[in-house]
Design a protein around this ligand. Sequence first.
Ligand SMILES: [Zn+2]
Length: 108
Amino acid sequence: MHVCPVCKRSDRTTKLSRYWRTLPAERRAAAPHLARPVLHDERWTAPLGLLALGCALLVSEAWLGLVGVAGGGLWLVTLRDEVAQTAKRRADWHRKQYCRRCRHDFLP
Ligand SMILES: [Zn+2]
């Protein structure tokens, strides 16, 4: 058992994921902050399309191609970072403990 950092006790701590599974739907709706972070439907098509368009314009030596390549690249990097952050939050959620006494969730 893990010791809760708030009440310093371990008799009522449990894995957050296990606690979440046991909650009825109405209690889940009342505690959305305890839910597993959702995976957003990442849209890769638009930034990849912009990057491809930029490359095509660069080949035809249009200056707008540089803008397309830079914008598409930046968009892809931002999207990749968001995906990585979501993956980390989900991994943390699986490691988290929950104290039923003081209703505090924490990483062990
Ligand atoms: Zn506690």
